[in-house]
Write a protein that binds this ligand. Structure first.
Ligand code: SAM
Length: 250
């Protein structure tokens, strides 16, 4: 078997590509990319002329089977996505899963990831955190999603598109307390990089009032719920209810 390299590429600033990433893309027999045109810009920048084939959401299972056959024939393959780390809200899982099952060596080449980049500069607690991928596309599904996170005690993070960032914050403001701290990380590593930490109310006002704050790519990070310990004290009233319930149960 050949090796399968899972190669992280930059999320904006091309200088963020690792030396090892460049070397691997030069060496492998084949590059499997989410978007062949997109990756060609990266390859051109680094003077890499290698064969690229498409592995996008719509052909993933079939393409993965074909790639597994090539690995079987001894070819080495680099998997890349349009930006950042493959599989993180990007294609690649079927191929990596099949490769692992076939005992192919799967070698990660680490690099940029918007989620981790945003977390590292957010000032929010990072351990533990949860990553939710993209928020749902419709308003009602988003409200359900935000409601489910209402009491989550740790930082949670999701990806958002420029088309939905305002609507998403509006939905969030209907569900979460307005003083909840959030961080909007926009255009990371690019010219217009902006990382704002504010209450939900202020963040919403900022995005609503500034057109530029609705442009580009976004990671949204939300502070975990602060559970008021005093709420957990058992009052005489709770005690009385508990006794009644216990009697009912016995
Ligand atoms: N695999 C990528 C990674 O490792 O971060 C993410 C791919 S996902 C399809 C693309 C989404 O990631 C964007 O819509 C945005 O939410 C987020 N993203 C990617 N690059 C970003 C950047 N430079 N700044 C902020 N968010 C970014």
């Amino acid at each position: 078997y050949g090796k399968l390299y899972v190669v992280a590429t930059p999320i904006g600033n091309l200088a963020d590509f690792s030396f090892r990433g460049v070397e691997i893309l030069k060496q492998v027999d084949l590059i499997a990319a989410e978007d062949t045109r997109h990756v060609k810009m990266l390859l051109q920048h680094y003077g890499i002329s290698n064969r690229v084939i498409a592995l996008h959401q719509h052909n993933e299972d079939n393409a993965a089977k074909g790639l597994l056959q090539k690995l079987h024939d001894g070819q080495s393959i680099a998997l890349v996505s349009d930006a950042g780390t493959p599989l993180l809200s990007d294609p690649g899982l079927p191929l990596v899963k099949m490769a692992k099952e076939a005992h192919v060596d799967v070698v990660p080449i680490p690099g940029a990831c918007a989620l981790i980049t945003a977390l590292s500069a957010s000032g929010l607690p990072v351990i533990p955190f949860s990553f939710e991928g993209f928020s749902p596309r419709t308003s009602s599904a988003r409200k359900t999603f935000f409601s489910a996170k209402l009491l989550c005690p740790t930082t949670w993070v999701f990806y958002e598109s420029s088309h939905r960032i305002l609507a998403s914050l509006q939905d969030m403001a209907e569900v979460l307390p307005l003083d909840r701290q959030i961080v909007i990380a926009r255009e990371l590593t690019k010219l217009h990089e902006t990382i704002v930490k504010a209450s939900l109310a202020n963040a919403l006002a900022l995005v609503a009032n500034d057109d530029n704050m609705r442009k580009g790519e976004f990671v949204v990070l939300v502070e975990g719920a602060v559970i008021d310990k005093s709420d957990q004290v058992i009052t005489p009233e709770h005690q009385r209810l508990l006794e009644i319930l216990l009697k009912e149960c016995s």
